[in-house]
Design a protein. Structure first.
Length: 120
């Protein structure tokens, strides 16, 4: 199986050709080892930073933006979103505050992306 992709590790944007033969993965076109590592990761277990919003009570806004503290497997995103859909946080919240620790045993925390003050 051959895949073409653009490496996003650095601004160079190398065009990668990735060929998977059974358990072997061959990468061509990478300008550095980081590009090779990126390509192998994208083929075997792609990871992403998840950004979303959570409902918030006692605030001037109805939702607060949150983000994972580290990349998570794309395969885990649906399960994590199912968990997050049932969470309502309460103001005040500080930017960087951990809302959920180790979500779905991924090692990533869900953290607030902004400050939200409590309203009376």
């Amino acid at each position: 199986m051959k895949n073409n992709m653009v490496c996003i590790v650095c601004p160079r944007g190398c065009t990668l050709i990735v060929e998977r033969k059974e358990k072997n993965i061959e990468v061509k076109g990478n300008g550095c080892n980081r590009g090779k590592e990126y390509a192998i990761s994208e083929i075997t277990d792609p990871k992403r930073i998840l950004t979303t919003t959570l409902l918030i009570k006692n605030a001037s806004i109805s939702v607060i933006p949150v983000v994972t503290s580290s990349p998570i497997s794309k395969n885990a995103i649906k399960r994590i979103m199912d968990d997050l859909n049932s969470i309502v946080v309460e103001a005040p919240i500080k930017c960087g505050q951990v809302i959920v620790e180790n979500i779905q045993n991924t090692g990533a925390n869900i953290v607030a992306s902004c400050d939200v003050e409590r309203i009376s």
